[in-house]
Write a protein of this length. Sequence first.
Length: 68
Amino acid sequence: MPGPDIVTWRKSSYSGLENDCVEVADRFSDIISIRDSKTHHGPIIVLAIDAWSAFVTGLRAGNFPTAL
């Protein structure tokens, strides 16, 4: 599993300057790593790239309700 020291993490340009967002690392061609920007050494979620793509497609389509 990719760790925080061997990948380059990036966050969405929509996140602004705040440090309360999701960061992703896509160094490997078949997986994507996801973490909370506030918890750099915390848990990392690793997904197959097709699962990540399906999730992002669902977000863009509005398939996931948001809670404020």
